[in-house]
Design a binder for this molecule. Sequence first.
Ligand code: NAD
Ligand code: ZN
Length: 350
Amino acid sequence: MEAVVWEGRERVAVADVPEPELPGVHGAIVRVSAASICGSDLHLFHETVPVVPGTILGHEAVGVVEAVGSQVSRVRPGDRVLIPAVIGCGSCPACRAGYPVGCTTLAVKVFGVSPFLPGTQAEKVAVPYADFNLWPLPAEMEDGDALLLTDIYPTGLYAAENASIAPGDVVLVIGCGPVGLCAIQCAQLFGPSVIAALDPIEERRCWAQRFGATVFATAAEATSYLGEITGGRGANAVIEAVGSEATLHLAMDAVSTGGRVSMVGVLVRSDVSFPLGSAFLKDISFRVGLVNVPRYLGRLEALVRHGRLQPRTMLTHSFSLAEAPLAYRTFDRKLGGCLKVCLRPARWCC
Ligand code: NAD
Ligand code: ZN
């Protein structure tokens, strides 16, 4: 089958790889109908996060169940399903508490970051513990909507919930990539009075504006605006959706005394400086983590079903799976206003 593999820094290829085997009696094989590329894949693409050559990439996909193990009962071959980016076993204490990120059974919980859980940018994917992980899709939900519920919308809702936004709050969202834009849309669900959003790229600011944010190109402009509208106190809540040291520091500076900082940008180097000094006298709540996707799917599905969210509008570009190297380049360089791409294996391309 065809799959997108990491070959080296900024080099991905579409390779012919062996089809996956059923991952035990609790597992399933899903035939992918649509996959996407995430900002997190770019960390691997650029090798800012280590990756083994030959790794099949990707953690965002929807598809149709092709085969299930003997102990699987919730999904059947032929079912359309969403594959969550983050998976668990469903029965260890962490999974039972709703935190598959802490699953003690599975060594690797995110698809496409290591050869031990091959990714979803492929014709087929092996999904362990299918009853717990696979999310059957209602017939009326389009692939494009479901695709963005595999990771970035859950991350947006997680970011907004961690920011504990109350009606009337002033919120700052740093970074208007797909994740920041999902955070803006989800923050709106909690009734803030203002969402200020910061991104140096004009097209991304246009998207943020479309979702109701007041936008800024520089940190100085954003902080001066926040100072003006809050009498110098700063934002009640700040969502960091970039994953850099500079934006972490900015988040801690821009938040008001007693405020909340919610970080979803990935910054996992061990030498990152955390601004404890500026936080110390501000009584800040700081939350950070990897999204536990299944916790958010029920609510997001309802929000999409009732038209409160329209995820597929963010899919600006579509490619066949065979065009993945071009898709990566386009997404990475944001060519032609690229915000989010849809990759379709040949049999699903029209
Ligand atoms: P992206 O690279 O497409 O977008 C990042 C955006 O940040 C870009 O628009 C860029 O212009 C902007 N940016 C860069 N420097 C900036 C600065 N100094 N100030 C303001 N904006 C700046 O990535 P994405 O897909 O939107 O993902 C964002 C982050 O979220 C990544 O680090 C990704 O790995 C992470 N992520 C985390 C989770 C989680 O569970 N925590 C899940 C998915 C993605
Ligand atoms: Zn992702």
